[in-house]
Write a protein that binds this ligand. Structure first.
Ligand SMILES: [Zn+2]
Ligand SMILES: [Zn+2]
Length: 278
């Protein structure tokens, strides 16, 4: 099983690999720069080399980069749109220079222009950015909880963003907490089947690459993004047992983005998942 956590890059990007190694995982996710600022520090060549050497030496099976949070490709505002496209190009460059396998992207918020307009903006931006940046890394659209004017809470919406783009360039990152918040009942067998069928009928199950494995503190369908410890939230132990043992998901990369608090940490949540694997 490919399993890991989101780890910090504090102190140098290669330090992330040490943290993933300490967790005894074979995959991990990072931000390639400060996720809440437009300008990131340039990656130093020594850091990048060290990063790649460590990834190779420790035989990690998957490296995932998550894009900056400020990016909004669905915005009707031209200035923010341009800034977002530039920031995505920068993240692609970083991911490619780190030899990352996947770059996860939150689609964005239409902020009042409407879902269709927002989807068209994203689709156009992806086409442009992919043509200009020619990424080696595979971009993954992440499903969202659907708060406010967020687009991409359902798979159909995500799929429309990829129209006219080669399937090998843009796939899916499934966040289980977001899916639950958006109304896919992953605590029940039928909910998981429905969700996986929707992915298979649109993107194709092979284009589902990464699963952000998070339980949900919030209720089913309430559109709130509140990640929780595996098995202790509303999706629950049985929900995750079905997920991690599903025959179509054996080759996927499972990444936890769970809280660190008095009820658990990364070690705890990774163990929770490992204990569910049959
Ligand atoms: Zn996520
Ligand atoms: Zn989330």
């Amino acid at each position: 099983m490919k399993l890991g956590a989101h780890v910090s890059i504090a102190g140098g990007i290669d330090k992330a690999v040490d943290r993933a190694k300490d967790l005894e995982t074979n995959a991990f996710q990072i931000f390639a720069k400060n996720p809440r600022g437009w300008k990131g520090k340039t990656l130093k060549e020594e850091e990048v080399e060290l990063f790649k050497t460590k990834v190779k030496d420790e035989m990690f099976e998957a490296v995932v980069v998550h894009v900056n949070y400020l990016i909004n490709l669905a915005t009707p505002k031209d200035e923010l749109y341009q800034k977002s496209k530039d920031a995505l190009k920068d993240d692609i460059k970083r991911a490619d220079c780190l030899n990352a396998d996947y770059l996860v992207l939150h689609p964005g918020n239409h902020t009042g222009s409407g879902i269709e307009a927002g989807i068209n903006r994203i689709n156009q931006a992806l086409k442009e950015v992919i043509a200009e940046a020619n990424p080696k890394v595979k971009l993954l659209l992440e499903n969202v909880a659907g708060a406010g004017t967020e687009i991409g809470a359902n798979i159909e919406e995500l799929f429309k963003m990829r129209v006219g783009i080669q399937s090998g360039k843009v796939g899916v990152c499934l966040d289980t907490c977001h899916a639950f918040a958006a109304g896919y009942d992953l605590s029940e067998k039928e909910g998981l089947i429905k969700l996986l069928n929707e992915i298979d009928e649109t993107f194709g199950i092979d284009n589902l690459e990464v699963i952000h494995t998070n339980d949900s503190k919030g209720e089913l369908g309430n559109n709130t993004d509140r990640h929780y410890h595996i098995g202790q939230g509303k999706i629950g132990v049985d929900g995750f047992k079905r997920l991690v043992n599903h025959s179509n998901l054996h080759d996927k990369v499972f990444i936890i983005e769970t809280p660190i608090d008095e009820n658990g940490n990364d070690e705890f949540n990774l163990k929770q998942i490992e204990n569910l694997v049959e």
